[in-house]
Design a protein around this ligand. Structure first.
Ligand SMILES: [Zn+2]
Length: 138
């Protein structure tokens, strides 16, 4: 019996071997964040729009925490905007957004963004509502 860690490592390896065209099948465009720097804060001013496009309005916390962790800072959501403590360029933020979408939003099987995140025990699963594919994410 393989451990949970081995299982996740195998999934990760499998994902790495996926050809790039898996992601290109879909005409879905990863949204670009509008970034506004104010003092020592960086705002994503179209946060609400991004969540809507990604179908993550009820799971905005997951994306907010992901960004905060990648930039080693904290985030707060405020009236449809996200505030990150610190100064970050639009390029940096959009690069992380893209990484997040590929890992947590796009389906690895059909490339569509019609997915939901669900918990199975301690493992986070990405479930595709378009093709039914299920896969663990980290
Ligand atoms: Zn799918």
């Amino acid at each position: 019996m393989t451990s949970e860690k081995d299982y996740l490592a195998t999934l990760k390896r499998a994902r790495k071997n996926l050809p790039a065209h898996v992601f290109e099948k879909s005409r879905f465009q990863i949204p670009k964040a509008d970034v506004f720097k104010e003092g020592n804060k960086t705002w994503i001013t179209d946060w609400g729009r991004i969540l809507k496009i990604l179908n993550r309005e009820s799971e905005s916390d997951h994306l907010a925490k992901h960004l905060a962790r990648e930039f080693a800072t904290s985030s707060t959501e405020e009236r449809g905007r996200l505030c990150l403590q610190g100064k970050f360029s639009g390029t940096m933020i959009n690069r992380e957004l893209e990484t997040y979408v590929k890992e947590f939003v796009l389906c690895e099987e059909c490339g569509k963004p019609d997915t939901k995140l669900a918990k199975e025990g301690r493992i986070l699963i990405k479930v595709c509502e378009a093709c039914g594919a299920r896969g663990a994410v980290k």
